[in-house]
Write a protein that binds this ligand. Structure first.
Ligand code: AMP
Length: 395
């Protein structure tokens, strides 16, 4: 069992929290603060309990070198705005100055450390580096779900340096929804799959062939499945290397009695940045057209399946949602998920692009859970035991 945040006596302690502040930046400003907001419940809890808080995170891939463009300073500014209080910032995560600042913080204060990945020792899970990091706190809390599938110094190596360690409220929530919901699921279970790539979702699909009652497939990946069934898909995205895997998935779904539902129609264009040229049935997509969103008949059928489900997982957009012309499928399904959530269904949105899509349509607060992890959420949903959880469990 991993100790959860509310089991700790935090009063008068310094809490070192590994957060995931790996957020998009544009010209030195945070353009999407979803991950920062998601860490607030844990930070607020520690402050309200009378603790001082030290936060550490990575940002981007500076590959072990200081890169001013990947400084956490803009993140610190966003965080201070959200917390409505000033915070302390150190321009190095393991310097003596930084450690002195952590030692000197009072209860109710927050100290943010500079990007962990300015040191290559972070991703190398270097023990000396994790020992230096551990000097920042009395209690270690991991709340960085987005990196839970990596064994790095700040989330795995560091654990052995602490007697008091556990997971934060975000980690707990991610674990409860992405793992707990599917251990003994409330049936019927529907998996909605989309996006461009199949290979990254293969283990998820294989696991859900034993978990789901229905798998709805949209997005670019639908064409590889349609091709595997012998359909002509025009100029649509097809992953030739995955046609055989798609065929096997269709075969396995029949053996395990899982209904795989493919789109009947698509909104199409001549190229991926083009304007919609109309809706075509999956039987007659013209050779110069590519399907870029699921069409109205498909949306209606997918909605019927969602209506009949008690647990729904959505991973991968239904179309090129970044282009307004091809956002309808994803938007309509997001609205449907919000509706069934209200009626009591458990609705979970996998991280990455799907999380971005649901936030674009502003339904993120109307579903049960939107994951902050991309790769981490895929691995946890695929049934893997992630290194960050393993480290907190075993030691
Ligand atoms: P993935 O990382 O595999 O989940 O893919 C997400 C990307 O798939 C998004 O950026 C979408 O624009 C893209 N996508 C969704 N549907 C299609 C489609 N029909 N054709 C090409 N790309 C698509």
């Amino acid at each position: 069992m991993i100790k959860t945040l509310n089991k700790f006596d935090l009063k008068n302690k310094r809490i070192l929290i590994r957060v995931d502040f790996n957020v998009p930046l544009n010209h030195g400003r945070v353009t999407d603060d979803f991950r920062i907001r998601s860490a607030l419940p844990t930070i607020d809890h520690c402050l309200n309990q009378g603790a001082g808080v030290v936060l550490m995170s990575h940002l981007g891939r500076p590959k072990g070198k200081v890169d001013k463009n990947l400084s956490l300073i803009p993140v610190g500014e966003s965080l201070a705005d959200l917390l409505e209080m000033p915070i302390k910032f150190s321009d190095d995560c393991v310097s003596e100055d930084a450690r002195d600042t952590s030692l000197g913080i009072s209860n109710g204060e927050v100290h943010l450390l500079e990007n962990l990945r300015f040191y290559e020792e972070e991703t190398a899970n270097d023990l000396h580096f994790s020992m230096l990091l551990s000097k920042h706190g009395d209690v270690f809390i991991n709340d960085a779900f987005g990196t839970a599938h990596r064994a790095h110094a700040s989330n795995v190596g560091i654990v052995s340096h602490f007697k008091q360690k556990g997971m934060g409220l975000l980690m707990e929530k991610e674990y409860r929804f992405l793992k707990g919901s599917f251990d003994h699921p409330n049936r019927p279970v529907t998996l909605i799959l989309g996006g461009a790539k199949i290979d990254t979702k293969l283990s998820l699909i294989n696991r859900f062939l034993n978990k789901a009652d229905t798998i709805l497939i949209g997005g670019g990946m639908a064409f590889t499945f349609l091709k595997a069934k012998g359909k002509e898909v025009g100029n649509s995205l097809v992953d030739d290397g995955m046609i055989e895997s798609a065929r096997q998935i269709i075969q396995s779904s029949k053996e395990s009695n899982v209904k795989v539902v493919l789109p009947l129609d698509f909104a199409c264009a001549k190229n991926i940045d083009g304007k919609s040229e109309g809706v075509f049935s999956n039987r007659n997509i013209p050779s110069d057209m590519m399907g870029l969103d699921i069409g109205p008949k498909t949306i209606s059928i997918f909605k019927q399946y969602i209506d009949q489900s008690n647990t729904i997982l959505w991973n991968g957009p239904m179309g090129v949602f970044e282009n307004e012309d091809f956002a309808t499928g994803s938007k309509e399904l997001a609205a449907k998920l919000a509706e069934v959530t209200e009626k009591g269904a458990i609705t979970i949105v996998g991280g990455g692009d799907t999380a971005a899509a649901i936030r674009t349509f502003r339904f993120q607060n109307d579903v049960s859970h939107v994951s902050t992890g991309g790769g981490a959420s895929l691995e946890l949903l695929s049934g893997e035991f992630l290194p960050a959880f393993k480290a907190l469990e075993l030691t």
